[in-house]
Design a protein around this ligand. Sequence first.
Ligand code: NAP
Length: 290
Amino acid sequence: MEFEASPTPQVMLPSAEELPSLGLGTARMGETAARAATELAALRTALDMGFRVIDTAEMYGAGGAETLVGRALREAMAAGLRRDELFIVTKVLPENAHPAAMLKSCEASLERLGLDSVDLYLLHWRGSVPLKETIDGFEILQRRHWIRHWGVSNFGIDDMRELIAVPGGAACSVNQVWYSPTQRGVELDLLPWMQLYQMPLMAYSPLDEGDLVRHPVLARIGQRHGATAAQVALAWTLSRPGVMTVPKAVHALHLRQNWEAQRIDLSPADLAEIDSHFPAPRERRPLAVR
Ligand SMILES: NC(=O)c1ccc[n+]([C@@H]2O[C@H](COP(=O)([O-])OP(=O)(O)OC[C@H]3O[C@@H](n4cnc5c(N)ncnc54)[C@H](OP(=O)(O)O)[C@@H]3O)[C@@H](O)[C@H]2O)c1
């Protein structure tokens, strides 16, 4: 099997390591046996196409998504893909985000993924465990070389400020939040703050879980590029400095279109049209969560 080289657009972690700005999401994968073959095929196709960042979580399909990702990765690596070409992201549930439970969670995730380590381990959302305990857990996992980087998800600006004030908290590499043309609240505070810290924002649900894929304004812009509304939404997300994204797709055509969206260069007129139909909010609002 031939594996394509990594795509060109990249984002940089605070450690100065670069990674592709387009990855693949896996929410709702691994939930039912009936869909497993289709989902595994999608993961194989994505790796074959060149996707190197895969975003999963212990929560998705109660481990089922990680198991499918693991099967696809094992096959791809047996066929010649190198581990160091991949960037695998998984997430720990908030109730498991303290050292003892995190060790078990991470070990189980690694087992399902068939890997010795993940590249990025995220706290899925903030729960009741004190941030210091979560950071302690991440540091233990790093010392064991089970995780390379750690980060958070669904953290607003106040959570981020609190996090980096905790000893060790400034080592956070990424914050994964909902960001799409309809969800631009982060542009007022969180995104500029993260840009200042050179911490990528990993945009989830960039297609609003599919709600944006037939949007007439995005479709009209797409016509000028021979592209679909979904591709325009992804091109817009990827055009934001310091932003990467992980759209989920199972259909091969969607995977191909999402991959090709990296090549779409939106013009100032396109961006102005998006701004006029999806204006960034003028006032701070709570972080949008799915
Ligand atoms: N940290 C968090 O709390 C959090 C929350 C939500 C999501 N996430 C992560 O972010 C990922 C992406 O978000 P998401 O899954 O919620 O939604 P999404 O990526 O915004 O949308 C996925 C939906 O869009 C469809 N789609 C994908 N590409 C398309 C295309 N080119 N044309 C038309 N339709 C297309 C997919 O269909 P098919 O699958 O049928 O191809 C699927 O129904 C998740 O999978 C997960 O990894 C994280």
